[in-house]
Design a protein around this ligand. Sequence first.
Ligand SMILES: NC(=O)c1ccc[n+]([C@@H]2O[C@H](COP(=O)([O-])OP(=O)(O)OC[C@H]3O[C@@H](n4cnc5c(N)ncnc54)[C@H](OP(=O)(O)O)[C@@H]3O)[C@@H](O)[C@H]2O)c1
Length: 227
Amino acid sequence: MTNSDAVAILGGTGALGFGLAKRLAAAGVPVVIGSRDAGRAADAAERLRADVPTADVRGLSNQDATAAAGRLVVLAVPLTSQVDTLKSIAEQLSEGDIVLDTTVPLAPAIGGRPTHVVGVWAGSAAQQAAANVPKGVTVVSGLHTLSAALLEDLSADLNQSTLICGNRKADKDHVAEVLGRIDGLHIVDAGMLDISRLVEGITPILVGINMRYKTHAGISITGLHDH
Ligand SMILES: NC(=O)c1ccc[n+]([C@@H]2O[C@H](COP(=O)([O-])OP(=O)(O)OC[C@H]3O[C@@H](n4cnc5c(N)ncnc54)[C@H](OP(=O)(O)O)[C@@H]3O)[C@@H](O)[C@H]2O)c1
């Protein structure tokens, strides 16, 4: 892949974003880690290079990371900063860009329990994202059921599925092509963006399973041949 195919990961200094950055970089995908603080992003890029010496990775402000990316911008920030982060990069997004929203509206965001979700007025976190991107930019949601800890541990076999939702098949195909480079991750098209409400609701079930079984559970869709 060339640098014009770089994937921006906003919130790439955090648990999910950093794990994803590591897995993509290890798969040879150029990555730009975004942060509210460019220095913090640069530090994260350096940490990543220490673990993956072949990584093509930079760390920039969320705005510069979005501008430097190809079509794909991953949003990996807490629910409470999802809308503000999207508004902060509106000028850097261009027509045809895809925002991959990973937000799970878990109740701890408002002081509740991690095994519960909160209702989002738009219907789902993904639909809330779609309502806050400029015209011509589309939202695909995914990665909700992936454990950040498992992603970050490159010695761990992922061997699981991730469900993606979106209203344009071509955009989902692009996301699947990029994420599909991660070893052991199977990308499954779960339908239109409004289905994301149901997918986002799987995470609190996994959180409960993780608490009971002391593990990092994921999901696997069976019966799909040639995927
Ligand atoms: N953790 C998981 O296993 C997991 C799995 C699936 C989905 N998700 C989803 O992925 C998103 C990120 O989760 P995470 O666990 O990676 O979160 P996190 O580590 O707490 O935060 C990720 C990054 O978001 C940025 N951020 C922006 N506004 C923030 C604020 N007000 N408070 C704290 N950080 C803020 C921070 O980057 P800067 O300070 O550098 O800007 C931070 O490093 C969430 O929406 C979550 O639902 C997480």
